[in-house]
Design a protein around this ligand. Structure first.
Ligand code: ADP
Length: 700
């Protein structure tokens, strides 16, 4: 955790707190308040906030950001989960080290301590940051003395100060890179608790200790505490090199070492930490439409690449330690402002804004990937991209951006001229100065947050729609293609003008390279091409066209889920196909898997060529339900998958598939008791009415 007083003077210069505790106006109204938690404590309850006003903390943010309260809420959440959904579900919250509030839970701690002789513990003040007041110990005697001293001094203080430390199991086997310990800083933006709306930032970093890790000494803070504020004071600290890796760098390193799947599992577990920790306080945080919060999650990886939640910071440091770090933090703040969207530019449907991906919107958010390799089947994956490339606004230019699209050039501070038809105000917030507010010598400088001014240089409505899109900009080739597709009237005109033969691909683009075959040569033309050529020719003749379309029919008579031994098989195999439905365009299947862990990977392996070649497609989660088998309850997840029916499939062709469920590093298969699930291709005839001509893609 870092300085909570980061931007205090910026906001207090704007609307500060006087000695008598009442808030005073120093600069008229404010619209956006990037305040520190101290300001919030003193002023929030007295502040009147208009509808459009935004402030960067929730009133009782400390339920998550105080070390003791975070653990208290997590423990309660886990207990309730166990009661309602069973041990397996509750075990998904096993991501925080055993922690006790001191001195109130001292006796519980002693019991735990005695159960683990020789283990290392870490004592941390609950409301301090930057590694201040932290120490490690292995002997009870060390803290008995410490406790005695403290109790004596606490007698004079009020009861609120009593629970001011936590003692926590020290992670003794941290994951090391080059012998050094590190922890991760992940940025999470919550814009609402009811419903819970969470954005995960792609960038973040790993903070390394400057000394090689060893358990032989426990009082070297440079070895055991990875806070940048601690490491910066190390005698051998090199300000040029710093002690950080960007998240992308770490992701690349781990992927090169362990492969993509391992890394995806790890990052998926981090998603789990974020969501469950937020859910643990969802009912206690006072939701307020004026509030949002940018949290800094501290996560430590152990030797088995298991992530542990160390703490959540309400005021993550914005002090840059290098140019790269500056750019990252600049982008982070700018993208935060874009998500908070004071000017109402977003549609509310965005899944990505700058470097932020919407990971939770009252439920998990998925990305739909169109998988061209599997003939257009859809894959659903979690919409989280931590450590993936992040193009944020600051790396392009200063101003408002959504995705890659620039919204308004705030760098130029647009002149305050009103424009007819513009109703939303433009608010200028200088991110550079927000960043600098972290530095002690600039802390007194007030933040330049201006009252709303009429928005200028607003893009025309048509452009505006384009700007609001958060989809990545289409690749040049796709742009070129979409531009080159003729409109129906243009098509007619071209037809009249151009009576010759035109060679185009299925998108209407002229083919650049056309090969001529001499007579006698027998070029291979794929079946689906001749099929479409034929269709086109018949259409051109003005005849009604009869086409035959393939469809796949299951070889098994009954849906597996309707068979009496289904639950038995599911329990034994851990994965079992429940049902499939066949359509002209593809097959949709539902499979059940036994809920063994939060992170699951369910894939369907299929082949049209008797396994001479095969493809895999990922199934996507649909729901979790509890099933009962012989009076015993177990939790299951339903996953959905899509398999394609290629249009050129010959009657009699067979599609075979089996389902793979990967969980906790183990693979479970449902291959229909060794037979695989089989479907056979049939054809049915369809007469295409003449009017459908326009909707069919022509090759000529
Ligand atoms: P602060 O708020 O003072 O930064 P933290 O809880 O973040 O306190 O702890 C500071 C540092 O101490 C962390 O960055 C991490 O390197 C180390 N640390 C904290 N708790 C643990 C733990 N349980 N096991 C191992 N290291 C820890």
């Amino acid at each position: 955790m870092t300085s909570a007083s980061m931007l205090r003077n910026k906001t207090s210069g704007h609307r500060g707190s006087s000695d008598n505790g009442k808030s005073e106006e120093s600069d008229g109204e404010w619209d956006f308040n990037w305040c520190d938690v101290g300001w919030l404590r003193e002023n929030f309850d007295h502040a009147y906030m208009e509808e459009h006003v935004r402030i960067n903390h929730f009133r009782n943010h400390y339920e998550l950001t105080r070390k003791n309260l975070m653990v208290k809420n997590l423990k309660r959440f886990q207990k309730n989960l166990e009661k309602d959904m069973g041990r397996t579900e509750a075990s998904k919250c096993d991501f925080f080290p055993s922690t006790f509030a001191m001195p109130s839970e001292y006796h519980l701690f002693v019991e735990e301590f005695n159960r683990n002789p020789g283990s290392t513990w870490i004592m941390k003040p609950v409301a301090k940051s930057q590694g201040k007041g932290i120490f490690l110990f292995r002997k009870l005697k060390d803290i008995i003395d410490w406790k005695k001293d403290r109790s004596r001094s606490e007698e004079q203080k009020d009861a609120a100060h009593l629970d001011s430390y936590v003692v926590q199991r020290y992670i003794e086997n941290p994951y090391l890179i080059n012998g050094r310990k590190f922890d991760l800083r992940v940025y999470v933006l919550v814009t609402s608790y009811v419903p819970l709306k969470v954005w995960l930032y792609r960038d973040g970093f790993a903070r390394f200790s400057s000394s090689r890790f060893s358990l032989s000494t426990i009082d070297d803070k440079y070895m055991h505490l990875t806070n940048v504020s601690v490491q910066k004071t190390a005698p051998d600290y090199d300000p040029e090199k710093g002690c950080k890796w960007q998240m992308q760098q770490l992701r690349r390193y781990l992927t090169a070492k362990y492969g993509r799947e391992v890394v995806e599992t790890l990052f998926g577990e981090m998603d789990n930490i974020i969501i469950r920790s937020l859910q643990s306080v969802q009912k206690v945080i006072i939701n307020d439409k004026h509030c949002f919060e940018l949290y800094g999650y501290d996560i430590l990886l152990d030797h088995d690449l298991k992530p542990w939640l160390i703490e959540v910071n309400a005021s993550p440091s914005h002090t840059p330690s290098s140019q790269e770090d500056y750019e990252m933090k600049y982008g982070l703040l700018e993208d935060t402002l874009n998500v908070v969207d004071m000017e109402g530019r977003l549609t509310g449907q965005e899944k990505r804004v700058g470097g932020f991906d919407l990971m939770w919107n009252d439920g998990p958010v998925y990305t739909e990937d169109l998988n061209l390799q599997t003939f257009g089947s859809l894959c659903f994956t979690a919409n989280t991209h931590l450590g993936e490339p992040c193009i944020h606004s600051s790396s392009m230019d200063r101003g408002w951006y959504i995705g890659h699209e620039r919204i308004i050039p705030s760098k130029l501070d647009p002149p305050m001229s009103s424009q007819p038809g513009v109703s939303r105000p433009c608010i200028t917030i200088k991110v550079t100065e927000m960043l600098q507010a972290d530095k002690p010598n600039t802390a007194k400088k007030p933040v330049l947050i201006r009252p709303p001014s009429p928005r200028t240089s607003l893009p025309k409505e048509k452009d505006c729609q384009h700007f609001l899109s958060c989809e990545p900009t289409p690749k040049p080739i796709i742009r070129q293609r979409s531009r080159s597709l003729p409109s129906p009237s243009e098509k007619k005109r071209r037809k009249r003008r151009n009576a010759g033969v035109r060679f185009v691909d299925s998108l209407g683009l002229d083919l650049e390279d056309v090969r001529l075959f001499k007579s006698g040569e027998d070029p291979f033309v794929p079946h689906h091409v001749t099929f479409r050529l034929l269709m086109g020719a018949e259409m051109a003749d003005g005849r009604h066209l009869e086409i035959s379309l393939p469809y796949l029919k299951p070889v098994f008579a009954q849906q597996p889920g309707d068979q009496p031994d289904f639950l038995h098989r599911l329990y034994q195999q851990k994965v079992c196909l429940e049902k499939i439905q066949c359509f002209e365009l593809g097959i949709v299947g539902i499979t059940q898997v036994v809920n063994l862990h939060f992170e699951k990977d369910v894939r369907v392996r299929y082949s049209f060529t008797e396994w001479k070649g095969y493809t895999e497609t990922k199934a996507s989660w649909v729901s979790t339900i509890t099933k009962t088998l012989e009076k015993q309850q177990f939790s299951c997840d339903a996953f959905r998958f899509h398999l394609p029916v290629p249009p050129f499939l010959q009657p009699g062709s067979v599609l075979e598939f089996a389902i793979k469920y990967k969980v906790c590093g183990t693979e479970h298969w449902d291959n229909n008791n060794g037979e695989n699930y089989k479907l056979v291709c049939h054809n049915y005839k369809l007469t295409v009415p003449k009017e459908c001509e326009e909707s069919i893609l022509h090759f000529i």
